[in-house]
Design a binder for this molecule. Structure first.
Ligand SMILES: [Zn+2]
Length: 372
């Protein structure tokens, strides 16, 4: 059921309040001055309640969350840091962190009487949405690429999800936008260009990652997050920020957003937030040419930043993880090379405790196995 303290939505930048809605069109006040900014959930202040406010309590769940925090002492020694742990999101029901967002998205769809989830994805989010929609008795429409791996296509078909193929993000987002205009269709992922990010209440689903990390390993100093448009990074940051506000932690971890080619890095160096930053990568979960205000905020407000890890470095890092018994999709393995880079320039000190977000396992990765 809907959390009675959930008031509505609020601009990430100017804090203007808006009513709850299925549409995800960002802040009109900011758009009027040429800034494209998403919204976040807004809650009435909580006195002595649960450490994190969630949109739905209890929400719709298929058992996502509560994933293991795997301590990696040998890798920590190798990278010369005090602690390194992997937050193993591959243990979610469909094998990725996306299940956390999908679960809240389904709860919102049911709350608003929507009958169909619609999204743009070529991987983890598509399988997650198809599975949760199937379990909840909702329809699912996925805008995807022509090169969708056969294993994904089979899963989507088996779960009754309808697939539409497009050659680029602009085409996929236009499709999702068009579908979302129809009564009963709920767009889970971004559909605007310049991009805003996924559905605001869905992103709230990532906040418990912060609580789980603190409960299982104490407050990390740094969290490394594979990023495309920053939903996951922002959700984790929002979780830590609520824990800080509630006095449960004393400081915010720095979030480092790991990208396959320079996008956010270029924005942090002065590039336009709504610019196009194309690039090629085998890290399919973090591909794409756009940057969002959401991810810029997660990086800057936490005191972290962006780290670029190319495919060759990511593959080398994946070999190390594989040897340590860890299966990782390529963009998650890239986080280990990001740690190497940050340690080399002392942005991460040797006394630091680090968490790396293991967003999904290698088996879900169309580039696996890596060429020898
Ligand atoms: Zn605004």
């Amino acid at each position: 059921m809907r959390n009675p303290r959930l008031q509505g939505l609020q601009c990430l930048r100017c804090d203007t309040h808006y009513p709850l809605a299925l549409a995800n069109d960002g802040c009109p006040a900011c758009r009027a001055i040429g800034v494209h900014v998403g919204l976040r959930a807004s809650y009435l202040p909580e006195g002595g309640g649960p450490p994190l406010q969630m949109p739905y309590e209890p929400g719709f769940t298929l058992g996502e969350g509560g994933t293991p925090l795997r301590d990696m002492p040998a890798l920590a020694r190798q990278f010369d840091v005090a602690g390194l742990a992997l937050k193993d999101e591959s243990q979610n029901p469909t094998g990725s962190h996306k299940d956390r967002m999908t679960a809240v998205g389904v709860a919102q769809a049911l709350d608003f009487g929507a009958h169909t989830l619609v999204l743009a994805s070529s991987g983890n989010a598509a399988v997650s949405a198809a599975y949760y929609a199937w379990a909840a008795g909702l329809g699912c429409e996925v805008a995807t690429y022509g090169g969708l791996p056969a294993a994904y296509a089979r899963q989507l078909d088996a779960l009754g999800a309808r697939r539409r193929v497009f050659s680029d993000n602009a085409g996929r987002w236009a499709f999702v936008h068009e579908r979302s205009q129809h009564e009963g269709f709920f767009a889970l992922t971004n559909y605007r260009l310049p991009a805003l990010g996924s559905a605001p209440l869905g992103i709230e689903g990532y906040k418990p990652i912060a609580l789980e990390c603190v409960a299982d390993g104490g407050v990390p100093d740094h969290v490394l997050v594979p990023t495309a448009r920053g939903d996951l990074a922002w959700g984790i940051h929002a979780g830590f920020r609520e824990l800080l506000a509630a006095g449960r932690i004393a400081r915010l971890p720095r979030l480092w957003l790991v990208e396959p080619f320079p996008r956010l890095s270029r924005v942090l160096a002065g590039g336009a937030l709504d610019g196009a930053y194309p690039g090629h990568t085998a890290q399919f979960s973090t591909a794409g040419a756009t940057v969002t205000y959401l991810q810029w905020q997660a990086a800057t407000a936490s005191g972290g930043g962006a780290v670029v890890v190319g495919d060759d470095e990511a593959r080398a890092a994946r070999r190390m993880l594989t040897a340590a018994g860890i299966s990782a999709e390529l963009c998650a393995a890239a986080g280990l090379d990001a740690l190497r880079q940050l340690r080399a320039r002392n942005a991460i000190g040797r006394e630091a405790k680090v968490v790396l977000m293991l967003t999904a396992g290698a088996a879900r990765d169309p580039s696996w196995p890596d060429p020898a």
